[in-house]
Design a protein around this ligand. Sequence first.
Ligand SMILES: CC(C)(COP(=O)(O)OP(=O)(O)OC[C@H]1O[C@@H](n2cnc3c(N)ncnc32)[C@H](O)[C@@H]1OP(=O)(O)O)[C@@H](O)C(=O)NCCC(=O)NCCS
Length: 129
Amino acid sequence: MDQLRELFESGSFWAQGRNGNDLRRMLAGSQAAVTAWNQRRLVGFGRATSDGVYRAVLWDVVVTQEHQGLGLGRRIVKALLEAPPLVASERIYLMTTNSSGFYERLGFQTVESQRLMQLIHNSNPTAIK
Ligand SMILES: CC(C)(COP(=O)(O)OP(=O)(O)OC[C@H]1O[C@@H](n2cnc3c(N)ncnc32)[C@H](O)[C@@H]1OP(=O)(O)O)[C@@H](O)C(=O)NCCC(=O)NCCS
């Protein structure tokens, strides 16, 4: 969990400041998760949520900077797409700020007809327990 937190801190901008407890709950609530290792070091991660039939969403795909460009990101996404709950899902969604070119190479298409909407909870979910 420490390594996952470090990977998010150094390799993402959206997943910084997450703590070990919440990361554990995040994993428990994900239907697929893929890790990439260089010996004992976590160098890549991706996860997905899915209802197993209609919809799935990829989340938190990250490869450490020094391991980027080696095909790891592609292997992580492909492994997620082949995981049972995703392989059975009709559509797979994801959100990306800077990496649409990466996902296009994997067959994803930008959706122009829909808008991303969000509702932000002010309180940290940890505080609701
Ligand atoms: C995006 C990311 C996961 C890609 O991982 P990676 O291991 O470097 O990617 P790969 O080496 O498997 O690249 C696969 C292909 O995508 C291309 N690619 C990689 N990142 C790209 C980007 N940001 N934009 C366009 N193309 C990209 C590669 O050139 C390669 O092309 P090829 O098929 O012609 O060889 C990685 O750069 C990363 O962790 N970035 C920071 C976090 C992030 O933005 N994650 C995405 C969150 S939605």
